[in-house]
Design a protein around this ligand. Structure first.
Ligand SMILES: [Fe+2]
Length: 287
């Protein structure tokens, strides 16, 4: 059985959030939601999440899962806000503990910050499966961009997060802590080994030179043939040389510091101070 997929594009962060549903039932899952964040003012808002909530309610759906493909560095997750309004369990890759360990140190979090993934309802490992109504979701561990990256395969659809982008844009960067271009290459081979007609839904789109519209859906067949970084059977050494050279030229994402502090807590803000005010940290010369 194959899911019906509805995409929500956030132009401020180039993120695609997905709601996928059991076509014969009324159960759905949300993948990679966005909490809007204005960096200059430090203000959050929930327009993007509210759009998803309104759509799910308008369809009369029950939310079983709120899934993260990884700990995003370019937007804040709205998972707890969605959970408050829709229910459902928040899931992420089991290697979240590595991310929590690394960034717990970067942000000098105290012992109150648990590094065991316990902020999430479910920690998935390669080969795990889960149900969305009658739909079965399968988990592929696809590290490289980060150590905890997952691809969720549900029927004929694969939600690949930041591994592959659209064929004309290529692949994700591998220079964050715990990232590896060789690991990403091997992860992508796992995705490309899925049936050729598998629909691939990517986690971001930035348009590619010569393309005027945002796009987020492609297929394994198209990626194999056309992906500008890895198509036509590009060998490992070619890919890693290209990827590493390109990554050396990239600046940090605009929202990386707020995003990591929130997303490593499953989308929760840090504990408020004794006045009830919430603060994020800005570590100097750490990244
Ligand atoms: Fe990412």
């Amino acid at each position: 059985m194959n899911p019906t997929v509805k995409a929500f594009f956030d132009e401020a962060t180039n993120t695609v959030s997905y709601v996928l549903r059991d076509p014969n039932g009324s159960t759905c899952a949300v993948i990679d939601s966005v909490l809007d964040f204005d960096h200059a003012s430090g203000r959050t808002s929930t327009n993007s999440a509210d759009e998803i909530i309104a759509w799910i309610k308008s369809q009369g759906l029950t939310c079983a899962w709120i899934l993260e493909s990884h700990v995003h560095a370019d937007h804040l997750s709205a998972a707890p806000y969605l959970q408050d309004h829709l229910g459902g369990k928040i899931g992420i890759g089991a290697n979240i503990t590595l991310i929590q360990d690394t960034f717990g140190k970067v942000f000098n979090e105290g012992t109150a910050f648990q590094r065991d993934g316990s902020q999430f309802d479910a920690l998935f490992s390669d080969g795990d499966s889960f149900m969305i109504g009658q739909l079965r979701g399968e988990v592929l561990h696809t590290p490289g961009h980060t150590p905890a990256c997952l691809t969720y395969v549900i029927g004929d659809a694969a939600f690949v997060g930041d591994t592959l982008f659209m064929p004309d844009f290529g692949t994700a960067r591998c220079d964050f802590p715990g990232g590896s271009s060789e690991m990403l290459y091997n992860s992508i081979q796992k995705i490309l080994a899925l049936p050729e007609e598998t629909r691939i839904f990517v986690g971001h789109d930035y348009k590619a030179p010569g393309r005027d519209d945002f796009a987020w859906e492609t297929t394994v067949r198209e990626q194999k043939a056309l992906n500008v970084h890895i198509g036509e059977g590009r060998p490992l050494e070619d890919f890693t040389a290209m990827r590493d050279a390109r990554d050396a030229t990239l600046g940090m994402p605009r929202l990386i510091l707020p995003s990591l502090q929130v997303n490593m807590r499953a989308g929760q803000m840090p504990e408020p101070d004794d006045q009830g005010d919430v603060f994020l940290k800005l570590p100097i010369n750490k990244l």
